[in-house]
Design a protein around this ligand. Structure first.
Ligand code: FEO
Length: 399
């Protein structure tokens, strides 16, 4: 990746991973990603803010060499996860005078995961400052964004916030700054859903604290730099709020068509009532897209056939994931079909241990749905509409 100057004294020296397609062996990356690392040069000291994933360490070292960087005084480790910290041992080897700047919790993690030696650390606390000569780094502790050790850096003179994963997006692009706002919004929302949503209440507090800072640009550790901070700050404020949209997500699996008939009928019944709906066949779904929908839907109705007396295992996987991501949907339901018996409803709903949506009456039918079953689905659609009305989101402003 080419070295790119953000402004005088600040250079992006990280790496773009154009063809990475999976993160944590779980999260699909349809647009690749980047591991952003920023070199900040003061008149007296030089700091490197985060490194890169170890698979890209050669690019980071080459970028630093191309700039003729002979000395790095500090490596700021905002976060110990390997996609940002994994190249620290190589940087410490290449720059023997460099100290790792981090908090005590991060030090423990870097010692455990990367075996960084004790004498290479210099610990900081909340609000500490580190002068580089005309550029002053101020550290802001932000635990649980998304690990407990995370902190951010505010560069006072240039009014740039370096928030590591916070506000990031898995987006590989050659431009340094946000270009296509729609594309960036989608990628950032998806990133929030997959990484940050389980920590919504912590993130809300950190967003409040950031109000005390005069921020010109936001330079995260994944994706483009934001020249318009309110673009992403306002989006985050909306995502972490309790506000939900007049929309229903229907993740479903259908083996022989009965559940699909039910999903299609419910989808139409909701549309007729002015409720936005997203049916999602999870057999081939991108779980990132599913997670993104979970950010602000008001209702989730799961559709499943019966397999071995229980729900389809793919449905169980999605319910488990939805519970782990802790979305804020208010209502849930279950529709599906069985051949000779089963305990699908209890089985799925007991997976919701971390979230407590109101459970709407399930519609479980024997075999292929009949007229009575379709009427039950109409009733479910009407119940959902009424529930949405009761919390003030129906009718939608645009309906
Ligand atoms: Fe991008 Fe939590 O690492």
């Amino acid at each position: 990746m080419a070295v790119r100057q953000i402004c005088p004294g600040i250079v992006s020296v990280g790496a773009i991973d154009w063809d990475r397609r999976l993160f944590d062996e779980l999260i699909p990356l349809p647009d690749g990603t980047s591991y952003n690392s920023y070199l900040v040069q003061g008149s007296e000291k030089t700091a490197l803010l985060d490194t890169v994933d170890p698979i890209k360490v050669h690019e980071l070292l080459a970028n630093l060499a191309s700039l003729g960087i002979g000395t790095i005084d500090y490596v700021v480790a905002h976060h110990a996860e390997q996609d940002h910290a994994g190249a620290i041992p190589d940087i410490l080897a290449a720059y023997p005078a460099a100290k790792v700047i981090c908090n005590d919790k991060c030090k423990g993690m870097l010692s455990d995961h990367l075996h960084v030696p004790e004498d290479r650390f210099q610990l900081i606390q909340d609000n500490d400052t580190l002068p580089l000569g005309g550029k002053t780094l101020r550290f802001i502790m932000a635990p649980w964004v998304h690990w407990p050790e995370t902190f951010l850096t505010y560069l006072a003179e240039d009014r740039i916030l370096f928030p590591c994963d916070f506000f990031g997006s898995h987006l590989a692009q050659s431009e340094l700054f946000v270009g296509d706002e729609c594309r960036t919004f989608d990628a950032a929302k998806r990133y929030y859903a997959e990484i940050m949503m389980p920590f919504r209440s912590h993130i809300a507090k950190h967003l409040e604290r950031l109000k005390e800072f005069d921020i010109k640009w936001i330079a995260p550790s994944h994706g483009p730099v934001y020249q318009n901070p309110s673009f992403i700050l306002d989006a985050y404020r909306n995502w972490v709020s309790d506000t939900v949209a007049n929309r229903v997500l229907i993740p479903f699996v259908s083996m022989h068509g009965s559940t699909r008939l039910m999903v299609e009928h419910l989808t139409d019944a909701l549309i007729r009532r002015g409720v936005s709906v997203v049916p999602c066949n999870i057999t081939n779904a991108d779980i990132g897209e599913l997670a993104e929908e979970l950010v602000d839907v008001a209702t989730v109705v799961i559709g499943s056939p019966t397999v071995l007396t229980g729900a389809h295992p793919e449905v169980g996987r999605v319910a488990y994931l939805a519970n782990a991501l802790r979305p804020k949907f208010k209502f849930t339901g279950l529709i599906g079909s069985y051949g000779w018996g089963g305990r699908m409803a209890e089985q799925i709903l007991q997976l919701f241990t971390a979230i407590k949506p109101e459970v709407l009456p399930p519609v479980i039918v024997k075999g292929m749905p009949r007229e009575d079953d379709f009427r039950s689905l109409d009733q479910l659609a009407e119940t959902i509409r009424q529930k949405h009305e009761s919390i003030g989101i129906w009718p939608a402003e645009s309906a």
